[in-house]
Design a protein around this ligand. Structure first.
Ligand code: NAP
Length: 345
């Protein structure tokens, strides 16, 4: 398994990172253990969790994903071989069961981190990420930026200051962002420089053939500031595997089970997906291989966070690390991208 450096740190992370957000909802603890055993045997050393997982978020399941991961870590030992990432939630509708509604204040961040450490049964988290901003801006597919001057958001300075304390105390090793914008990312970096606090080392945003919006403002930052992309939803919730084409809803699959996951399944998404499915078939690739190998091939990418609900999916997705796309395929992808630009932002 290829590795890449996590930002300017000396940490090598596997090109494929194991996503976990189905554990505790679509996957049992036993299945989570099987996924972890297989992934680590295949050379994956990077695992991404969050205090909020599994999804869809619910009071009764919150924290189960980290608990399963912690139980596996305790059983396996050799904690230092692995790079464990987790996240603190920002404010969100329906999350009142998490600290009466999560905010990115000093107190919330400290409480969240302590609880994650306990569930993960570890003394430190390698990469602690801000799951989404504590201000209204464009993330989770929001279009049409509207500025709100009356908003009571937590200053980034307070958030970064709190995270910086956790680094000093050894509870977290590095800080990452998620669902951030170019302005937010540069603001974290500016404050780090001004205050002598740790710099953020990664940005975890959506990136897949149906949503390449990362390239507009953030890809340049990834290179120039050493804040590489941790790409999430590389299969657009499974859409890019082609299994939902023609309105199909396979039994037990995410978009069949949960109507809230509609970001990638509109008419434009289906049309663009069909074009990529056809391209994959023309070149003897599975649609998932094409979609994942494309993400793997980007030079602003640090790691591709895959998700799977079965071991067969997991094998196929990890296998994408061995697929090299030809110049011809890459050129065709760009032609399709010009026709279907950001069908599902
Ligand atoms: P994804 O690759 O877009 O979707 C993964 C889902 O697609 C699987 O759970 C599975 O669902 C289906 N699938 C996977 N491989 C397949 C294959 N080979 N053939 C057919 N179907 C396949 O990724 P994601 O789950 O949305 O995200 C991956 C990880 O990124 C998460 O676990 C999490 O760690 C992270 N993430 C972070 C954020 C954030 O806000 N920071 C948001 C989303 C995700 P079914 O079996 O149900 O179809």
């Amino acid at each position: 398994m290829q590795t890449r450096k996590l930002g300017p740190t000396d940490i090598d992370v596997s090109l494929i990172c194991l996503g976990t957000m189905t554990w505790g909802q679509q996957n049992t603890e036993h299945q989570a253990f099987e996924q972890l055993d297989l992934a680590t045997a295949e050379g994956i050393n990077f695992i991404d969790a969050a205090e909020m997982y599994p999804v869809p978020p619910k009071a009764e399941t919150q924290g189960l994903t980290e608990t399963y991961l912690g139980n596996w870590l305790a059983r396996r030992g050799r904690r230092d071989d692995l790079v464990i990432a987790s996240k603190v939630a920002g404010p969100g509708n329906g999350l009142t069961y998490l600290r009466n509604g999560p905010r990115l204040t000093r107190q919330h961040i400290r409480e969240a981190c302590e609880a994650s450490l306990k569930r993960l049964k570890t003394d430190y988290i390698d990469l602690y990420q801000v799951h989404w901003p504590d201000r209204s801006t464009n993330f989770f597919g929001q279009l049409g930026y509207r500025h709100n001057t009356a908003e009571q958001s937590t200053p980034i300075e307070e958030t970064l200051g709190a995270l910086s304390e956790l680094v000093q105390e050894g509870k977290i090793r590095h800080i990452g962002l998620s669902n951030e914008t170019p302005w937010g990312t540069m603001e974290y970096l500016r404050l780090a420089g001004e205050k002598g606090w740790p710099r953020v080392v990664s940005i975890q945003n959506p990136y897949n053939l149906l949503n390449r919006s990362f390239e507009v403002g953030l890809a340049e930052i990834a290179h120039r500031e050493q804040v590489g992309l941790l790409a999430y939803s590389p299969l657009a919730f499974g859409m890019l595997s082609g299994k939902y084409q023609g309105g199909q809803r396979p039994e037990g699959a995410r978009m069949t089970l949960f109507s809230r996951f509609s970001r990638y399944s509109g008419a434009r998404g289906e049309l663009a997906t069909q074009a990529y499915v056809d391209l994959a078939k023309e070149h003897g690739l599975t649609p998932a291989e094409l979609a994942l190998a494309y993400v793997n091939s980007r030079d602003f990418l640090t790691s591709n966070i895959i998700g799977a609900t079965s071991l067969d999916q997991l094998r196929e997705n990890i296998g994408s690390a061995r697929v090299e796309l030809s110049e011809e395929v890459l050129k065709s992808v760009e032609t399709l991208h010009a026709d279907f630009t950001y069908p599902c932002p």
